[in-house]
Ligand binder design. Structure first.
Ligand SMILES: Cc1cc2nc3c(=O)[nH]c(=O)nc-3n(C[C@H](O)[C@H](O)[C@H](O)COP(=O)(O)OP(=O)(O)OC[C@H]3O[C@@H](n4cnc5c(N)ncnc54)[C@H](O)[C@@H]3O)c2cc1C
Length: 499
């Protein structure tokens, strides 16, 4: 039986592990942290559970290939799905713009706000609808398809490709400016900060959301990862936690073994690096096997931006059933890392549909504040001064509570700060480069990265995970984990078992 070592036990590592076991390999996941799941996680604070990941998961619609794959890996087996009524609601000068799940409802509510935008609203809704035939390609990676499979795939994308092309060429800002009403403009523009970000970041999530393909599995992110761990172990996979891989022993064109900080070492026939790409190329391979595609992106952060989050958990002594699950509201006071531009909107999410996430009669709320290159650099500097770093986290948390009390005066005195995670938290716990998640973000000048994970010069180690293909996120990690084993089966001329 061939031995595989998987470096990293996030969703990509778990997916690779599960498909490795199903295909008759003997695999071990070697994970840095004491628990598995990587960025798909959650944590408990003062009686509340802070869900640290899933705001929407592509693949929750029964019968779709990606749903079937989530079920195969144990993530969605028999799991109840929560379908929020709206993707998010954005407030602007007394008007609330809702991105409803039902396209007709979205359309009529927007027409009520702005009848003079009828043409643009109709075009926007019709474009979203055209994406409803989209199903994330999860069967075979394109470069493993034969000519007939490729033709079938291209045909299946006939409605989707023109829309992706159309929105890939314009920025979020340009899309927003097509609407006349300031509230609609603001609502669309609020998807991304100002810049070159392509409007795919608006249309794609709305396409999957309104077609019922993306919702929220009950129990949250940590529970989803835990189910995958159980599936992996039940298939005979083994796990080594608190084992950060720090050294790779290379002979010729082969990786012979790896060594962990703890002193443990492992040998195998094949290795899968389901960790951050930068960790693989720079820390483990010491820069000796650079990849041109990744280099190009790391060296051009304006065209290929990375994003992370400040993620704030707040407990509220009360219930929030009358507030949309995800709400963006304008703020005047919140200043993130002093000297930076103060932010205009706060995005909050509450979990009223998860009674176990908060004590009875209470609610847990999270705020995600996206952070881009200049802020990511500042966090990297700030963490070197532990006291200043802790103070800044506390200050941001208090600012957010103040902003909430201004927006919801009846909450005054009933809110408490539970936790503030920063980009450096993700860097520390998951070894993720700059704390980034979701890979490189789509811009109008950038080219999407679609990578096999192969490393030129080494023939028994491959990269897997969120960095390999758009749109990043959990489905990409799931699919690339599976693809890695599919490629390995092909290499050793063994049929691939997918269920
Ligand atoms: C706040 C937040 C919200 C998000 N919301 C969503 C969402 O709503 N929908 C969605 O689809 N996606 C979302 N994502 C993105 C999603 O979480 C990630 O894309 C996905 O979890 C990445 O999985 P991965 O396995 O590719 O990488 P990771 O989760 O980063 O896993 C890599 C693993 O490798 C381990 N590792 C790293 N280096 C080493 C080493 N040297 N030795 C051993 N182990 C190592 C890490 O500890 C980690 O466990 C969100 C992410 C965040 C942070």
């Amino acid at each position: 039986m061939k031995k595989i070592i998987i470096i990293g036990g996030g969703i990509a590592g778990l997916s690779a592990g599960i498909f490795a076991q199903k295909n008759g390999f003997d695999s071990t996941i070697v994970e840095k942290h004491h628990t598995l799941g990587g960025e798909c996680t959650g944590w408990d604070r003062q009686g509340y559970h802070i869900d640290g990941c899933i705001h929407w998961l592509v693949g929750t619609k029964k019968g779709t290939p990606i749903y079937n794959m989530w079920t195969t890996v144990g993530a969605l087996d028999g799991v109840e799905i929560h379908h929020p009524e709206s993707f998010m609601a954005v407030e602007h000068v007394g008007i609330t713009v809702n991105f409803y799940r039902q396209l007709n409802q979205l359309k009529s509510s927007w027409l009520e706000i702005s009848p003079e935008d009828i043409e643009q609203i109709e075009e926007f809704c019709s474009d979203i609808k055209q994406l409803h035939s989209f199903s994330i390609p999860s069967g075979k990676p394109i470069n493993m398809m034969n000519i007939f499979e490729k033709i079938k795939y291209i045909f299946s994308m006939k409605n989707v490709s023109p829309i992706m092309h159309k929105y890939g060429k314009i920025s979020v800002k340009e899309l927003s400016m097509k609407f006349k009403h300031p509230a609609l403009r603001k609502a669309i523009a609020s998807f991304m900060p100002e810049g070159d970000y392509s409007a795919i970041s608006v249309i794609f999530p709305l396409g999957t959301f309104t077609s019922g393909q993306s919702s929220i599995p009950k129990g949250g992110s940590k529970a989803l990862a835990k189910r995958m761990v159980m599936r992996y172990i039940s298939l005979g996979g083994t796990v080594e936690t608190s084992c950060e891989v720090v050294e790779a022993n290379i002979k010729g064109n082969k990786l012979k073994g790896i060594k962990c900080k703890s002193g443990k070492s492992f040998e195998a026939d094949y290795f899968i690096a389901a960790c951050d790409a930068k960790v693989l190329y720079e820390k483990l391979l010491k820069g000796r096997y650079p990849d041109q595609e990744f280099e190009k992106r790391y060296n051009n952060p304006d065209i290929y931006p990375l994003a992370s989050n400040i993620y704030i958990g707040i407990g509220y002594d009360g219930e929030m059933h009358d507030i949309p699950r995800t709400l963006k509201f304008p703020v005047k006071s919140v200043d993130i890392i002093q000297n930076q531009k103060p932010i205009e909107y706060l995005q909050m999410t509450h979990y009223g549909y998860e009674p176990s996430f908060a004590p009875k009669g209470h609610s847990v709320i999270t705020f995600a504040i996206n952070q881009f290159k200049s802020e990511l650099d500042m966090w990297e500097v700030l963490i070197k001064d532990k006291e200043a770093y802790a103070k800044e986290k506390e200050r941001i948390g208090e600012e957010v509570i103040n902003a909430m009390e201004i927006r919801f005066p009846y909450m005054k005195g009933k809110l408490k700060l539970l936790d503030v995670a920063t980009p450096q938290t993700y860097a520390r716990y998951c070894n993720s480069y700059c704390g980034a998640f979701m890979g490189f973000w789509p811009t109008i000048s950038g080219k999407s990265l679609v990578h096999t994970g192969y490393i030129k010069g080494l023939n028994n180690i491959v990269l897997s995970g969120q960095w390999l293909q758009p749109p990043g996120g959990l489905p990409t990690s799931l699919i690339t984990g599976k693809d890695t084993i599919m490629r390995l089966c092909k290499k050793i001329k063994q049929p691939f078992i997918s269920v």
